[in-house]
Design a protein around this ligand. Structure first.
Ligand SMILES: N[C@@H](CCC(=O)N[C@@H](CS)C(=O)NCC(=O)O)C(=O)O
Length: 215
């Protein structure tokens, strides 16, 4: 059995794993779930795929790996998407941990609330948190912008998993109302990521091609 990605195709966390696989030429099969219909909260999913009730989950045979960034590291182990030097590897992980702590909970959550739930349908807690998350999301984007001034990539001199992890929700931050034009170095970096010969977009209008060229 090959690698299977349990996913909702609208999720940036799932896109990270698909993009990593395409960069590496690794074929993936897909199992789709609709998070809006709580399809990841069924007894079957909780018992057999992820007790945490969330996608993405990368399945390799009888092993199941939740958490998007862990799945990216699993796929990319030993590849050029992970820096060869010790500090570079740790620095890449630094940005991936930061993505999960300071970026995704703000930039991705605001996108989900605005573009998927709809601002009118937020509950009281979400409505209270929205301005805070917007502010924290802007701070995250500003930090990325400062880091990218004078640099092409987050770590070292080539694209790594840090870029893939951060690109996933940054490039669709506008869906949540973030103004990406305020972060010009981020804009140039997003163009570099998207210009990579193995890049595939988040939307599935294009075929789920697996890259086979070399970079
Ligand atoms: N830290 C996790 C976050 C996973 C996550 O939040 N998944 C969302 C979709 S992006 C989900 O499954 N939501 C459905 C639910 O919680 O019921 C990761 O990086 O994979």
């Amino acid at each position: 059995m090959g690698l299977i990605l349990h996913e909702d195709p609208r999720s940036g966390n799932c896109y990270k794993i698909r993009l990593t696989a395409v960069h590496l030429g690794l074929p993936l099969e897909f199992r789709a779930y609709d998070v809006m219909k709580a399809e990841t909260r069924t007894p079957d999913f909780l018992a057999n795929v992820n007790a945490d009730g969330r996608i993405p989950v990368l399945q390799d045979g009888d092993k199941f790996l939740p958490e998007s960034n862990a799945a990216c590291v699993y796929l990319a182990d030993g590849s050029r998407l992970i820096p060869g030097d010790r500090f570079g590897r740790a620095d890449m992980l630094r940005w991936m941990f930061w993505e999960q702590y300071s970026h995704e909970p703000n930039v991705a959550t605001v996108r989900f609330w605005i573009a998927f739930l709809g601002e009118d349908r937020l509950n009281d807690l979400q409505r209270t948190l929205l301005p805070v998350k917007r502010e924290l999301g802007r701070a995250a984007l500003a930090l990325m912008d400062r880091h990218l001034q004078g640099r092409d990539w987050f770590v070292g001199d080539r694209l790594s998993l840090a870029d893939i992890a951060l690109y996933a929700y940054t490039h669709v931050a506008g869906d949540g109302g973030f103004c990406l034009g305020d972060y010009p170095a981020v804009g140039e970096w997003m163009q570099r990521v998207a210009a990579h010969p193995r890049h595939v977009p988040m939307t599935r209008e294009t075929p789920l091609a697996v890259g086979v060229g070399s970079d």
